[in-house]
Each structure stands twice: as structure tokens, then as C-alpha cells.
Design a protein around this ligand. Structure first.
Ligand code: V4E
Length: 216
């Protein structure tokens, strides 16, 4: 049978003025309103983000977002794996940082706390607070985010557990986006906006490598 996976399929959008009313008229309900703080970490040569690995502490909890082994081609929607398991994060970091560790004559033996790895080889490159309103329509989640640096973004998300559910998830996201009156233009993510406006050399490296797409 098919391999069980957990894949976040999401599309960012510029929030239209009447968005919340529209969500409610489509049967959506407000499930949560919360504030949280994200602190992102990388090595000084950006070994993680150049490989599209995003290591953060959200309100003190370690989380890692990283690219899946296979991805469907989609210009408007992105797909990432995410884990909150410190053991798994440690394993993934040890693998992805292998060449960095080798070059610095360092090694990580076995499972160690993520904060040990981070405190010895990483620095904080982005920190921000989010005010988030989360709505739900069936298994579709809609997040409306307001950032403390003056940027707003919406996100439509479906979590799938089988690769065969991907194409349906992509079309359901696009269908909902058009019902919300979302324009074709896809919004920057909060990290893209943060780096573009506050850390242009890191931003330009990631755009050059194709990790982030250039804002037109
Ligand atoms: C995957 C990624 C980053 C990590 C943060 O991801 P994002 O979805 O922006 O964060 P958030 O806070 O909404 O996470 P959630 O609460 O849903 O877990 S930073 C940059 N990326 C890659 C990326 C990309 N290439 N393009 C776009 C539009 N967004 C993100």
C-alpha cells in the first residue's frame, strides 16, 4: 500500500478587504486567534536555508520545515514537510549539515538536544511576532497573519498523508482562492518579505539559488 507521509500544501495570498466575511459565507468558522514568536536559525554561511531547510523556535518549540523528496510542479502553491520531533530534527540537521560539520572538523554523535547544535554552530537570522486568525472550512485551514513588521499575508493550507491526494489538494486550494476573490498574483511569504526588506544579501543569495522566488 501507499507510503504514509505528512505534507503541507499551501498557497499564500494577498488578503482581500472582505476576506473574513467571505470565508464565513462559504461556511468557514474561526477556530483560533493567537500570537506567537518565531526565531529562525542558520549557520553563518546559510547551510540550511540555501538547501531550503527552515529551522525555527516557535514560542520555544523547535520546528523544522524542509523540502519533500518529490514535489508536484505548481507555481502558486508550495509543499513542505514539517516536524516538531527533536529527535527527527537532530537527525535531519546532522545529515544536511554534514559538509558544514566536516569543513569545521566537528561532529554530532547520536541524538543530542537541538539547542546544543544551534548554540554551537548557528545564529539567529530572523525573529518576528505573528498575530494569526485561523479559519477552517472542512479540512482546509485558512490563516490570516499580521506581522509585527507591518506585513500581512493569508495562507490556504491542506495537510495530506498520501501523495495521490496531492493533485486534488492543489485544485481545491485554487478553487477556494478564486471563491475568495484572490487575485492570480501570489503574495510573498513573511520570510521573503522580512529578508527582502531587512537582510538583502541573504535574500539575494536565496533568490539566485532559486530557493525564494524574486518579487516582481
Ligand atoms: C518554508 C519557508 C519558510 C519557513 C516558514 O514557512 P511559512 O509557511 O512562511 O511560515 P508559517 O509561519 O506560515 O508556518 P506555519 O505556521 O504554516 O507552519 S521561510 C521560506 N520558506 C519557503 C517559502 C517559499 N519558497 N515561498 C513562499 C511563498 N513561502 C515560503
Amino acid at each position: 500500500s501507499e507510503k504514509q507521509i505528512t505534507l503541507e500544501v499551501e498557497r499564500k495570498f494577498i488578503v482581500p478587504a472582505d476576506c473574513e466575511t467571505l470565508i464565513e459565507s462559504l461556511g468557514g468558522t474561526l477556530i483560533e486567534e493567537k500570537h506567537f514568536q518565531d526565531d529562525y536559525y542558520d549557520t553563518e554561511d546559510y547551510s540550511l536555508t540555501i538547501r531550503d531547510y527552515w529551522l525555527r523556535q516557535r514560542d520555544g518549540i523547535w520546528q523544522l520545515k524542509y523540502p519533500p523528496e518529490q514535489r508536484a510542479e505548481s507555481s502558486s502553491t508550495s509543499q513542505y514537510c514539517e516536524t516538531d520531533s527533536e529527535d527527527q530534527i537532530c537527525e535531519l540537521l546532522t545529515k544536511v549539515l554534514q559538509s558544514y560539520l566536516g569543513r569545521h572538523d566537528m561532529h554530532v554523535s547520536g541524538i543530542v538536544p537541538v539547542s546544543n547544535i544551534v548554540s554551537s554552530i548557528c545564529h539567529n537570522f530572523a525573529s518576528f511576532k505573528t498575530k494569526r486568525k485561523s479559519y477552517k472550512i472542512d479540512d482546509i485551514k485558512i490563516d490570516l497573519d499580521m506581522m509585527d513588521f507591518g506585513f500581512n499575508v493569508g495562507e490556504i493550507e491542506i495537510i495530506i498523508h498520501r501523495r495521490s491526494d496531492l493533485s486534488q489538494a492543489l485544485s481545491r486550494i485554487d478553487d477556494l482562492a478564486s471563491k475568495l476573490g484572490v487575485k492570480e498574483e501570489v503574495s510573498e511569504g513573511k520570510m521573503e518579505n522580512f529578508l527582502r526588506t531587512k537582510s538583502s544579501s541573504h535574500y539575494n543569495q536565496l533568490v539566485c539559488l532559486g530557493v525564494l522566488s524574486k518579487k516582481d
